[in-house]
Design a protein around this ligand. Structure first.
Ligand SMILES: [Cu+2]
Length: 127
């Protein structure tokens, strides 16, 4: 192998390595393309309110409620009215998730603190 051929081979290897190193940077960008559904929104459960108290989602989106209440205060998430029925356990900590399958308006509340309410609007996915 002549000196120039060896140099060219080293350069080719470096370019290939550089291209491989750059590939992972492209992957997250591709994943950021907007999806029509399946997003997860997080809601904090505090003493005594939900944050945020209002959410607008699309069918297929998931809401994860995360308890941040202090001490032994018990809270839950209970459907007062809406096109689907679900409820979380009554608990002092932890989390609860629900994927909304039907469009419509939900009124949610905490059975331990009926003044603790939340509104969720679920929209149909545009096709
Ligand atoms: Cu509560």
């Amino acid at each position: 192998m002549s000196q120039s051929v060896r140099t060219a081979a080293v350069l080719a290897a470096l370019v290939a390595a550089g291209a491989a190193a750059a590939l992972p940077a492209f992957a997250p960008a591709a994943a950021q393309h907007p999806s029509t559904s399946g997003k997860t929104r997080t809601v904090g459960v505090y003493t005594d309110y939900y944050d945020p108290p209002k959410l607008t989602l699309h069918v297929g989106d998931k809401v994860k409620w995360v308890w941040h209440s202090s001490g032994f205060a018990l809270h839950d998430v209970y459907v007062d009215s809406g096109p689907e029925d679900f409820n979380s356990p009554t608990q002092a900590g932890g989390s609860f998730a629900h994927r909304f399958k039907k469009a419509g308006t939900f009124k949610l509340y905490c059975t331990e603190h009926p003044e603790m309410t939340m509104g969720v609007t679920v929209k149909k996915v545009r096709k």
